[in-house]
Design a protein around this ligand. Structure first.
Ligand SMILES: [Zn+2]
Length: 442
């Protein structure tokens, strides 16, 4: 019996390649096993493409093209976030097939994020290599091993390519997907193709004060001063505005919206201020689309119930909107807190990514392939809210897109980094067709 794509997908899902922020906790034997299983499961690919292992466990495959034009890079990552059996309907690393026919689901950690894309790329390449196909220009497969944590695997791959003077014509990584019912008033499925992603800044706010016994507190303790700063932050969110990408999304998709909403979308010259207010109130996702966001994620005070804090700290995670900057965000925070006794330290920062064009050859290649794999699907650019490895590639390519060629329902998207992650088998198999079609045309 020869195993097919589904069995190979299951084999790779069953290897718990779990990323830990503290890499000393990572079980590297699983990563070694994953790499050796790739060689066993995809023999034609491994006989034809060159493989370099970079930064310990990241993988860079090169498929030599017949010409020497700018290459295409297909990205994915094979590390996953932790999961234990608790709260899962089927265990996270069992790759259980659930349901029948068109409704069959593959259940498990990594099905959406991001072994689903990684394995469908491998399936597409294996099939094409086996049929004797040679791409016109080079195709690279760039598979990171620690996207969920440090991300330095992908950064190291980019450094290698940059050192060789390589400028990809097209880079595709995880990010958007095909979804229904996200954009108000539009019933057709839409392929959301990420053209940029927000930046990240992590700040620590701290207040230092002479401690003492809690029985004789000063008027404003360190913790109370910190709390006041947090309240001020929460009361004054970053300003909302539509970026050019937001406007393009509204214009493109609004043209297909029915009813009164459609009228609003098609008359932006008049309705823009109203619409902006709607976006900020409609939900957390639409709100995050139109502004820099801030979230206080950690707090600390004193170690005992009857001791005043000598130092109180709050960690603030900021997602910087495209069009703004880390400096601008920190300045806003400083202004809003308006208290010199609250110190602000920048722990880490990365600027928003440059915006890839939503027209031209690279864009047309992706969207026309969506149309042929998923007929009747609209396409729109969007700005990805979370960070991905693809931002590293913006250093060497102007055409970096974040899109996984799978249909994902709202319920399924909610399982990303959560319990019961799963994908429909039918859409996963179609994803293979997407990559086959794409590679044939690069
Ligand atoms: Zn991911």
């Amino acid at each position: 019996m020869t195993a097919g794509p589904i069995e190979r997908f299951q084999t790779l899902l069953r290897i718990p390649t779990i990323s830990h922020s503290d890499e000393s906790l990572t079980d590297w034997a699983q990563f070694d096993l994953f790499i050796s299983e790739l060689a066993r499961l995809y023999p034609a690919l491994h006989a034809t493409l060159d493989l370099e292992i970079i930064a310990g466990h990241s993988l860079l495959y090169r498929w030599k093209g017949s010409a020497d034009g700018a290459p295409t890079v297909l990205m994915a990552h094979y590390d996953v976030v932790p999961a234990d059996d608790e709260g899962w309907d089927y265990p996270p690393f069992a790759a259980t097939l659930v349901g029948e026919g068109d409704d069959t689901l593959v259940w498990g950690r990594g099905t959406l994020d991001d072994k689903g894309a990684l394995v469908s790329v491998l399936e597409a390449v294996e099939r094409l290599v086996s049929s004797g196909f040679v791409p016109q220009n080079d195709v690279y497969l760039s598979f990171g091993h620690n996207e969920e944590t440090a991300g330095d695997g992908a950064a190291a791959i980019v450094a290698v390519l940059e050192g060789r003077g390589i400028r990809p014509a097209l880079v595709i990584d995880e990010g958007g997907a095909i979804a229904e019912g996200v954009f108000p008033g539009v019933t057709a499925p839409v392929a959301y193709v990420g053209v940029s992603e927000k930046g990240i800044t992590t700040l620590v706010l701290s207040v230092d004060q002479v401690g003492g016994h809690a029985s004789t507190p000063p008027k404003l303790t360190a913790t109370a001063r910190l709390a006041r700063a947090i309240t001020r932050l929460t009361a004054k969110p970053f300003p909302a505005r539509f970026s050019p990408t937001n406007i393009e999304m509204i214009t493109r998709l609004g043209a297909h919206a029915a009813g009164p909403l459609g009228v609003v979308f098609r008359n932006l010259w008049l309705t823009k201020p109203l619409l902006l207010a709607v976006f900020t109130r409609l939900g957390d996702e639409t709100n995050a689309l139109v502004r820099t966001t801030q979230a206080v994620t950690r707090l600390s005070g004193s170690a005992a119930a009857n001791v005043l804090a000598e130092r109180a700290t709050a960690t603030v995670n900021i997602r910087v909107a495209v069009g703004s900057s880390v400096d601008e965000s920190v300045a806003h925070i400083r202004r809003v807190i308006r208290d010199e006794l609250v110190a602000i330290e920048v722990l880490e920062s990365s600027e928003p990514s440059p915006v890839s064009p939503s027209s031209g050859a690279a864009w047309e290649l992706i969207t026309s392939q969506v149309e042929s794999t998923y007929p009747g699907t609209l396409a729109s650019p969007y700005i990805q809210l979370g960070a991905s490895d693809s931002r590293r590639y913006t250093a060497i390519s102007d055409h970096v897109y974040r899109f996984s060629p799978f249909e994902m329902s709202k319920d399924e998207r909610a399982t990303l980094h959560a319990r019961n992650e799963r994908i429909h088998l039918a859409t996963w198999l179609r994803g293979i067709e997407f990559y086959v079609g794409l590679i044939e045309r690069v």
